[in-house]
Design a protein around this ligand. Structure first.
Ligand code: AKB
Length: 324
C-alpha cells in the first residue's frame, strides 16, 4: 500500500489553516501538501500555488507528489458568493468536479468535501432539522453545496470513489479569520470585545444559528475521514451539530468577561440568509455511524476565544483586561 499523502486545497482559508496544521501534526510534514491561490509564508511542509479549478495543475500536483487523499476546502462562501453568483457557481462547482474527476481517474483513496448548513432553506423544520429534510438553498453557495453533495454521491456510486462530507455549521476559531460567510459575526465579535471595541452586528439579535468550535470541527473531520469505510452510510453529507445560539447570547456571555462590552444590531442582507438556515441540526446519523460527539458549548467557546485572543493581542501590544 502506498504511503498516505494528503493534498489540502484552500489551505490558507479559515478552516484550511487550522486543518492543515492538525493533519501535519497527526501524519507528519512529509504526508501533507497544502495548496492555495496564494503562497504561504514559513510553511513547514510543501506548499503549492494552485487554482483548484485548474484541472491540469491539480493533475500535476497529484502525480508529482503521489497524492492519495484530497481535502478540497477551496470555495466562495455564502455572503461573498452573492456578489457574483455565476462566478461563485463556477468556482465552487468547477473546482469540485475537477477534484472528483481527477481523484477517480487516479484512483485516490479518499476525498473530503465540506458541505454546509447553507444547503437548507425554505420551509424546513428549523430545530433539529432532519438529515433527509429537503434541500432548498437560498444562496448560490448553498446551491453549489447541495449540487456538490449529489456529485459526491454520484462519484461514490458510479466510480466507487470514497468521498466523505460534513454539513458544517458556522466555524468559530482564534487561529484564523473567516472570509465572506454569514456566520462570520461569531468570530469578529470576539476580536472587537478583546480589543475593547463596540461591535456592529449585521444580524438580528435573535438570529439563532448552528455553530461549532474549531477544535470540534477539526476533530469531526479527522474522525469522519478515519472511520472504517463500512461505517459510512451517508454519501451526500452528514448533518453536524455542536452548539446553537443567538448574537444576544454571545454578547451576554462576553459581558461576563467584559461587563462594558457594547453591541449594536444593524441587520443587512446577511440577516435574510441567516433566517433561511436551520437553528440546529439532527446529527444522529453522524453520532450512530462514526460516534460524533461535540465537546464545546457556548460558554466553553467564549472562554477559549477570549483567553486565546487576549494572549494574541497582548503579544501585539494591546492592553486587554478581563474581569474573570
Ligand atoms: C457561511 O456562513 O457561509 C459558512 C457556512 C455556514 O457554510 N460559514
Amino acid at each position: 500500500m502506498s504511503k498516505q499523502k494528503i493534498l489540502v486545497t484552500g489551505a490558507n482559508g479559515q478552516l484550511g489553516t487550522v486543518l492543515s496544521k492538525a493533519l501535519i501534526e497527526r501524519y507528519g510534514n512529509d504526508s501533507v501538501i497544502t495548496s492555495d491561490l496564494r503562497d504561504k509564508a514559513n510553511s513547514p511542509n510543501v506548499h503549492e500555488i494552485l487554482d483548484a479549478t485548474d484541472t491540469a495543475g491539480l493533475k500535476r500536483i497529484i502525480t508529482t507528489h503521489g497524492i492519495t487523499e484530497i481535502y478540497h476546502l477551496a470555495a466562495v462562501l455564502s455572503a461573498k458568493g452573492e456578489e457574483d453568483p455565476i462566478r461563485t457557481w463556477e468556482i465552487n462547482l468547477k473546482s469540485l468536479l475537477s477534484v472528483l474527476s481527477v481523484a477517480a481517474e487516479h484512483m485516490l483513496n479518499k476525498v473530503f468535501f465540506p458541505s454546509s448548513i447553507a444547503v437548507y432553506g425554505g420551509d424546513i423544520r428549523k430545530w433539529d432539522t432532519p438529515q433527509d429534510a429537503p434541500l432548498n438553498p437560498s444562496t448560490v453557495y448553498g446551491i453549489s453545496k447541495a449540487a456538490g453533495e449529489n456529485w459526491a454521491n454520484y462519484y461514490f456510486t458510479k466510480y466507487g470513489l470514497d468521498v466523505r462530507s460534513l454539513r458544517y455549521p458556522g466555524i468559530i476559531g482564534h487561529e484564523s479569520l473567516p472570509g465572506g460567510g454569514t456566520t462570520d459575526y461569531a468570530v469578529d465579535i470576539f476580536h472587537k470585545a478583546v480589543q475593547g471595541q463596540k461591535f456592529d452586528c449585521y444580524l438580528h439579535e435573535d438570529a439563532t444559528l448552528p455553530m461549532i468550535y474549531m477544535d470540534d470541527a477539526i476533530r469531526a473531520t479527522i474522525e469522519l475521514m478515519e472511520a472504517p469505510k463500512n461505517c459510512i452510510s451517508i454519501r451526500t453529507s452528514y448533518n453536524l451539530q455542536a452548539a446553537s445560539f443567538r448574537p444576544k447570547d454571545v454578547a451576554k456571555a462576553i459581558r461576563k468577561f467584559y461587563p462594558d462590552f457594547q453591541i449594536d444590531y444593524k441587520p443587512d442582507f446577511r440577516q435574510d440568509i441567516a433566517a433561511s438556515w436551520p437553528y440546529s441540526l439532527d446529527d444522529s446519523k453522524a453520532r450512530e455511524d462514526w460516534k460524533w460527539r461535540p465537546q464545546f458549548q457556548l460558554k466553553d467557546i467564549v472562554a477559549e476565544m477570549i483567553s486565546e485572543l487576549s494572549k494574541q493581542y497582548t503579544k501585539q501590544g494591546y492592553k486587554t483586561c478581563t474581569t474573570i
